[in-house]
Write a protein that binds this ligand. Structure first.
Ligand code: BDR
Ligand code: CA
Length: 312
């Protein structure tokens, strides 16, 4: 199985990504979950990660808390989307599995340095602070990473947090810049792609119909999340962003994209956090990132349902 570190700020859609990865045990081995500040503060993201692991019967996977704030900017959170807990919509007990005492960045560095070159894939589902700080602290991790697959950015359709910027990049653009200029193999799953991952009411009732504790709680989260899409965009089929990253790792043929040069805007107050994707290669700069733009929505949701159905 492919060894994976998941860096995340759960978040309902982060929870779906974690569950999808856990359900794909034959393909993915989750070494640990590192948490960052993003959708909600760090104290809640690390707790939520542990709740999700316990729900799925995997308290053996270690959870680490990382950086409590972005590298340069002040933290901005998204309770308006995810609710005050970050996982509103489900009803989970306080976790009993421990939070690891080691800092997420220290564990990431230690784990990557102990692994063979190209052995471990890192996926980031929130602001990229932890990975960026790890790269600053120990640049020798860069060639050891097989690939970074991140949910973040947006280009053709602009941003979801400012007109120019998507949430994960907007919250910590300096971290994103650090990773995008590091030379690490990168695949970016922007909102252009994830907005196609529309969760239909039919799918949601199929999920609930699985009847397992994981499926029932996940359906509760999805319904809460759906409501936001409903209020904001007037749609009944809002999308789940973060599981697209796991979908890509499991079934890359369901996605289409292009290798592009991507830069992160750090200066302009109006566009800070914008991902400047050179889709047409007008700059002639060498590509530093695979940018996904299309996905096969129904096959993706079928795959997610199948993986979640493997959990208790
Ligand atoms: C991203 O922002 C968060 O609200 C979601 O969890 C996702 O990672 C989408 O812009
Ligand atoms: Ca997220």
């Amino acid at each position: 199985a492919r060894k994976l570190i998941i860096d995340t700020d759960p978040g309902q859609d982060d929870a779906f990504a974690i569950l999808m990865a856990l359900g794909a045990r034959e393909a993915l081995e989750v070494l640990g979950i590192t948490t960052c500040a993003g959708n909600i503060p760090l104290a809640l993201t690390q707790r939520n990660a542990r709740q999700v692991l316990e729900l799925a019967g995997r308290p053996d996977i270690p959870v680490f808390a990382g950086c409590p704030r972005p590298m340069v900017k002040a933290l901005e959170t998204a309770e308006r989307v995810h609710g005050d807990s970050g996982l509103d919509g489900c009803d989970l007990p306080q976790p009993t599995m421990p939070l690891q005492s080691e800092h997420a960045v220290a564990w990431m560095i230690r784990t990557l340095m102990a692994a063979a070159e190209g052995e471990i894939t890192v996926c980031t589902l929130g602001p990229m602070t932890n990975l960026a700080v790890a790269m600053v602290m120990e640049p020798r991790i860069v060639p050891r990473i097989r690939e970074v697959v991140l949910m973040g950015g947006g280009f053709f359709e602009g941003g979801n947090t400012t007109p120019a910027a998507e949430f994960n990049i907007y919250v910590d653009p300096h971290a994103a810049h650090t990773v995008f200029t590091s030379g690490v193999p990168l695949t970016m799953v922007p909102i252009d792609c994830t907005y196609q991952a529309k969760m239909t009411p039919e799918w949601l009732s199929e999920l609930r119909g699985l009847g397992t504790q994981t499926a029932v709680q996940a359906a509760g989260m999805a319904e809460f999340y759906q409501r936001y899409g409903n209020e904001k965009f007037g749609v009944t089929d809002y999308c789940l962003h973060d599981p697209c990253v796991i979908g890509y790792l499991l079934a890359p043929h369901l996605f289409e994209g292009r290798d592009c040069h991507v830069a992160i805007e750090l200066q302009s107050p109006k566009t800070i956090g914008m991902t400047i994707v050179d889709w047409w290669n007008v700059t002639k700069l060498a590509p530093n990132c695979r940018v996904l733009k299309k996905l096969d929505n129904s096959a993706f949701y079928e795959l997610m349902l199948e993986k979640i159905s493997c959990l208790p």
